[in-house]
Design a protein around this ligand. Structure first.
Ligand code: ARG
Length: 558
């Protein structure tokens, strides 16, 4: 019964079903300690003004609460009004403060961790998990025995904060104010990457970069002892083979498993996408395919691997495309074979074909591989090859689709845009002419590169057609305003009478004002792009999708 309760509260089988529960982390003091010499290691591209970043993020929290847990907004409003006379106001959005809003729908990792550290065992014994977490962190951070002892003295809230920020609470660290015990984990704001919910399973990340390893460790404890304490089988882990340690350095590099949630997408219950990228290794993808296909009672039948070039600003697949509606995607044009072909046909350019060295080519190359669980119409077998390669393979997939009354239009994707179009057509029964691809930065250089850099294609869907993005991506956002108009224009048709030209694009601040004034309610918001202020939020190469980890979405009836 208890396991059932957890399952009901953790389940995601689409990218755009109504968001019901989410894991986030508000920017913490660790981010306020970044210095230029650590930019590369800690994966920030500038010094962040922490207070401004928090202000930007707080609008994000409030938007989430209006949609997911509106009752909490009343509490927050009351507290903020009561503390108005103080220069700082009430920081009830700060998980370290006693007046924190404590929602069960919008969860902060720091708060979840502190309740895990606080948990009493059923027999009233001291919490062993707390001791284990301290030992594990001290081991990976190579702390002294003295530091370990110090951590044991902290009360749960303080301990949780210290484990995340690396900083000792001020009163204990006197006279060394803000003493560091170990480095912060400034990328924890990008909760997307620390794991991924696939159906009712929780896939743990295995961070690629040293700066994010502690995040993977913390979420491992949270997943096993908090979310799935009653049923550890719900947690999935992908690790290297047992003989990995015997391999030489070169082979170890090839076989290393690293996996981050930004590379996992679950457009429909039966079709999962996984990126093979700077952060998610080939070996992890291989393990992922076998792990998912071998699950009993899993709905996932197809896995598409999207291999993208390894680049800093495109570290996961969600930095180059995300889903907006059943028929709408936003895509970085450099990854659209259709857009690239169009450009080539406008100005004949033979350069790419003539280069001797592939790496001299300007064209971004993606590779797409598709795997199908029922290729042999038998239960999964690790020795079988599930890769769809030939026309015959796709014919089998089409038979399967036809049997389910789905359009039998499967074929090997020609590129990423083709794949997205196919997903809309096959998974969501969208008519081919109705699929809309919105290009980041309008698909034109240099706006495309500028706005991809600040996460123009990385959007979080609160529900179908209601997405959150950054205000600074003005050209991409303008494309949203004109999305339907442009779509019909490209088809050589006029916009149908009564149809809006595109999405409403509204700042988070203005939407919050309208909600508060009763001029709008979350239920009335449709086809909307909500713009977050992003002067500071955008400095670490992560957008709203990266800053979110959906734990529960309403099942989508495809
Ligand atoms: N899902 C994502 N795209 N996450 C972006 C993570 C950005 C972060 N600074 C990192 O480099 O790790």
């Amino acid at each position: 019964m208890a396991a059932q309760a957890t399952q009901n509260r953790i389940n995601v089988n689409s990218e755009i079903g109504d968001l019901k529960r989410i894991l986030i982390h508000r920017p913490d003091i660790g981010i306020g300690k970044i210095i230029p010499t650590k930019f590369q290691d800690w994966m920030y591209d500038d010094i962040v003004h922490l207070n401004s970043m928090k202000k930007e993020y707080d609008e994000y929290i409030k938007i989430l609460l209006y949609f997911l847990d509106p009752e909490k907004i009343k509490e927050i409003d009351e507290l903020e009004a009561a503390y108005k006379h103080l220069p700082e106001g009430s920081d009830c959005l700060n998980p370290s403060n006693p007046e924190y809003f404590n929602s069960d729908k919008v969860l902060d990792v720091q708060k979840v961790l502190s309740s895990l550290l606080n948990k009493e065992t059923s027999d009233g014994q001291p919490n062993q998990i707390r001791n284990r977490i301290i030992s594990a962190i001290c081991a990976i951070e190579e702390c002294s025995f003295e530091t370990e002892q110090l951590l044991h003295q902290l009360e749960p809230n303080q301990l949780s904060k210290t484990l995340i920020t690396g900083l000792l609470p001020q009163d204990l660290s006197q006279p060394d104010l803000n003493k560091f015990l170990f480095p912060p984990v400034p990328n924890l704001v990008f909760t997307r990457d620390i794991g991924a919910v696939i159906g009712d399973k929780y896939l743990l990340s295995k961070a690629c970069k040293k700066a994010r390893k502690r995040e993977s460790l913390l979420i491992k404890f949270i997943a096993y002892y908090h979310f799935f304490a009653e049923d550890h089988n719900q947690v999935l882990e992908i690790i290297e083979d047992s003989a990995y340690f015997l391999l030489n350095e070169n082979d170890q590099r090839k076989n290393k498993v690293t996996l981050e949630g930004g590379d996992v997408m679950i457009p429909s219950p039966r079709h999962v996408l996984i990126g093979c990228s700077e952060r998610t290794s080939a070996s992890a993808v291989n393990g992922f395919i076998h792990k998912i296909f071998s699950l009993a009672n899993s709905e996932v039948e197809q896995i598409t691997v999207v291999k993208i070039p390894q680049r800093r600003e495109q570290m996961h697949i969600d930095t180059v495309f995300t889903q907006v509606k059943l028929n709408i995607w936003v895509l970085y044009g450099k990854f659209s074979e259709a857009l690239q072909e169009l450009k080539e046909s406008k100005q004949v350019d033979y350069l790419d074909k003539l280069y001797h060295h592939k790496e001299d080519s300007f064209l971004e190359e993606t590779e797409i591989y598709q795997f199908y669980k029922n290729k042999y119409q038998q239960p999964y077998h690790p020795e079988h090859n599930y890769l769809l390669q030939t026309e015959k393979d796709y014919a089998i997939l089409n038979q399967g689709l036809a049997a389910q009354n789905l359009p039998a239009v499967a074929q090997k994707p020609k590129g990423l845009e083709h794949l997205l179009r196919q997903l809309s057509i096959i998974e969501f029964k969208v008519a081919p002419e109705d699929v809309i691809i919105i290009y980041c930065g309008g698909g034109n250089f240099p706006d495309d590169d500028r706005e991809q850099w600040t996460d123009g294609c990385n959007l979080l869907a609160l529900r179908e057609g209601v997405v959150i993005g950054y205000d600074r991506n003005t050209i991409t956002n303008q494309e949203f305003r004109q999305a339907y108009f442009n779509h019909y224009k490209r088809r050589g048709e006029a916009l149908p009478a009564g149809m809006a030209a595109g999405f409403e694009v509204i700042s988070a601040g203005e939407l919050l004002r309208r909600f508060k004034a009763g001029e709008a309610t979350p239920a009335t918001v449709k086809d909307t792009l909500i713009e977050l202020s992003s002067d500071e939020l955008s400095r670490a190469r992560g957008g709203s999708r990266c800053m979110s980890q959906p734990l529960l979405r309403a099942p989508f009836n495809f």
